[in-house]
Ligand binder design. Structure first.
Ligand SMILES: [Zn+2]
Length: 82
């Protein structure tokens, strides 16, 4: 089942990726069900402050905690590209 990302930034942990031209934020977002309700599953995503800038999921897992999503090796490798 395809999950979409919940847009509630209130639950997100954000950190700035540094001095790039385009500002990208690497953020842990809660995944949401079809009704937009958070399902207590987490994924590391990349989001830009410009139009069309995500959020893009950095892995395809459904992590059980924010910490786990942040420490996902696959997502962190992907985050290096931003
Ligand atoms: Zn992952």
């Amino acid at each position: 089942m395809k999950r979409r990302l919940c847009c509630s930034i209130s639950t997100a942990i954000a950190f700035f990726t540094g001095d790039r031209k385009m500002a990208w934020w690497i953020i842990v977002l809660e995944l949401a069900d079809d009704q937009g309700q958070g399902i207590d599953k987490w994924r590391l995503t990349a989001k830009s402050d410009e139009d069309g800038g995500g959020p893009y999921g950095l892995c395809n897992h459904e992590h059980d905690s924010i910490e786990e999503a942040q420490n996902c090796p696959e997502a962190r490798a992907e985050a290096e590209k931003y």
